[in-house]
Design a protein around this ligand. Structure first.
Ligand code: HEM
Length: 545
């Protein structure tokens, strides 16, 4: 073969490769099989290659496009937001059918590889059937009434410290970012209740800075993991979106040549994992130490009073999460959870326990600081005063705050901290008159449902009365239309913990202050990841009472 022939052959070879690749991309971009399968469902047109992503970016979030699509196409529609088509529902009845009939929550693919992927694979959030039952069973005692009662004083201490920080800002007469402040408080609560460690996240009245490098790192790391920028800044994420079936190859390349976004997420994860590993190792050492002391005949009751008298560190609360993990066994097999699984549970605890609670508190405080809600605040302070401005509530006392609880519930209606829920169809099913195939990804548009005039009267108004029994507003409330904590066997396991923490915080704050919103925040910009939060914080001025 002459060299000219060789070049010609190789040129034609490459032309064929190029042409067939282009054809594949064009066909792939249309996803004909998906279209065919879901052609009978209503929903927005799906532009080539990127699906509905451009519209989502334009509208500022998935929660917003869901609202627009529901208005246009009704309570069931198919959207192509990320990776694959999602059949979304927006009515209370359909949401119930999706959440109660399907027990596996879809978790979006990620870029993790190798050891990191193995770690992620054991995450609670992604467990199925028996494994899910085992892991949920291991978590459950942490939320029993006895455990919660034991956490009350730790939560109250944290809320009290928050109130001290607020007072400090009052002196400066400045607006403060109450969202950032409650975040610092909820991290403290996770630390003390679940791990027996005070992270000293709150500024309090003295140091005016974080006490420990670990804590600074932890907060930054959690932020990095959750930050949408970190994910979308990785160019590999775009490839995953476009070519999900090439995921293993994309992950391998991303692993070998990580870009800045991916590095940020991986570093963040590693920091949190290292910290929880350290916490668990410390606790194991403590347990061994305690057992030795026990063997020497010093009873735990005696030790507790000794600790009290000497001011020794309070230690791990009864029912602490690390203790549960250290002892956790798989009910089906009788085997103990592996170290990897234990570490993963602790990682999930840090990630899931603090942000959602902080967001729900920040949204509620935002609503209560708006001038038009002054009368709601007056009713709230009257309720708090009737209990006592300097009294510490007991576990039983928490039932004495129905209005405060209603204010919190209504805050989570307007701004549900988790705006979308997902499930995978476990079998072929009928939904809203349509046939849905097994394996289809399903979603519940919680934000849209909570803010729809189809189900709620005057949804734009902040009306805690909706959650007060016997009121006309409560009677007008849709059955099953309120889902801030999800529903079914995958519903939030931390619901009682979160509500108790939020109630104690609001009681302590309103015992001492009321709040005024900084002008210019009438429309609160939102940031959407898996959760919904205030994009630029919530700035308020506290008025001492
Ligand atoms: C106001 C605060 C909170 C809100 C709004 C919230 C909301 C949610 C939602 C919507 C889900 C998904 C439910 C579903 O798919 O049906 C969920 C699941 C979960 N939440 Fe929460 N959550 C909060 C606080 C907490 C806390 C404090 C913890 C831990 C202490 C926690 C741990 C979890 C866990 C582990 C899951 C997964 C449950 C499972 O798959 O079995 N959450 N949460």
């Amino acid at each position: 073969m002459t060299s000219v022939e060789f070049v010609l052959i190789s040129w034609s070879f490459w032309a064929v490769v190029l042409a067939s690749s282009l054809t594949a991309v064009v066909i792939y971009g249309f996803r004909p099989i998906h279209r065919l399968k879901l052609r009978h469902l209503p929903g927005p047109p799906r532009p080539w290659l990127f699906g509905n992503i451009p519209e989502t970016l334009k509208e500022g979030g998935i929660y917003r496009t869901q609202q627009i699509y529901a208005q246009k196409y009704g309570p069931l529609f198919v959207t192509h937001q990320i990776f694959q088509p999602i059949v979304m529902v927006e009515s209370p009845d359909l949401a119930r059918k999706v959440l109660l009939g399907n027990n596996y929550r879809c978790v979006f693919p990620n870029l993790l590889f190798g050891e990191e992927a193995r770690f992620e694979a054991s995450t609670y959030l992604d467990t199925r059937s028996d494994k899910h039952r085992t892991v949920r069973g291991a978590w459950q005692p942490f939320f029993f009434s006895g455990s919660l009662e034991g956490f009350l004083s730790l939560m109250w201490d944290a809320a009290d410290l928050l109130a001290d920080s607020v007072e400090m800002h009052c002196k400066d007469d400045n607006y403060m970012d109450i969202h950032a402040m409650v975040q610092a408080m909820t991290v403290q609560v996770v630390g003390t209740t679940a791990f027996g460690v005070d992270f000293h996240t709150q500024l309090a009245d003295k140091a005016n800075q974080y006490n420990s490098d670990d804590v600074k790192q932890l907060l930054q790391a959690v932020y990095d993991i959750m930050a949408p920028e970190a994910f979308s800044f990785s160019m590999y994420a775009a490839f995953l979106v476009l070519f999900p079936s090439a995921a293993p190859l994309i992950k391998l390349v991303a692993h070998c040549f990580p870009d800045k976004g991916l590095l940020t997420v991986r570093r963040g994860r590693q920091v949190v994992i290292d910290i929880v590993k350290k916490l668990m190792a410390d606790r194991r050492a403590d347990i061994e130490h305690e057992q030795k002391r026990e063997a020497k005949g010093l009873s735990s009751r005696l030790r507790a009073s000794f600790a009290e008298a000497t001011g020794e560190r309070r230690g791990v609360a009864p029912g602490s999460f690390v203790d549960l993990l250290v002892n956790a066994t798989d009910k089906a097999t009788g085997e103990s959870l592996s170290d990897l699984e234990r570490t993963n549970q602790a990682f999930v605890m840090v990630m899931s326990a603090y942000e959602t609670t902080a967001n729900s508190l920040a949204f509620t405080l935002y609503m209560l600081a708006r001038p038009e809600n002054k009368s709601k605040v007056e009713r709230l302070t009257a309720e708090v005063d009737a209990f006592g401005r300097n009294r510490v509530p007991t576990f039983e006392d928490l039932d004495q705050f129905p209005w405060l609880e209603a204010c919190l519930s209504e805050g989570m209606r307007v701004y549900p901290p988790v705006p979308t829920l997902t499930r995978e169809a476990e079998r072929d099913m009928e939904l809203g008159g349509y046939r849905i195939e097994k394996g289809t990804m399903l979603g519940v548009a919680v934000y849209s449902m909570h803010n729809s005039s189809a189900y709620w009267k005057e949804p734009e108004k902040y009306l805690p009365e909706r959650f007060m029994e016997g009121t006309p507003e409560s009677a007008a409330k849709p059955a099953h239309g309120y889902l801030p904590f999800g529903d079914g066997v995958r519903a939030c396991i931390g619901l009682r913990f979160a509500r108790m923490e939020a109630k104690l915080t609001l009681i302590r704050l309103f015992q001492r202050f009321t709040f005024e919103l900084q002008p210019g925040q009438e429309n609160l910009p939102l940031r959407e990841t898996i959760t919904l939060s205030a994009a630029n914080g919530v700035f308020v001025k506290a008025i001492p009472r």
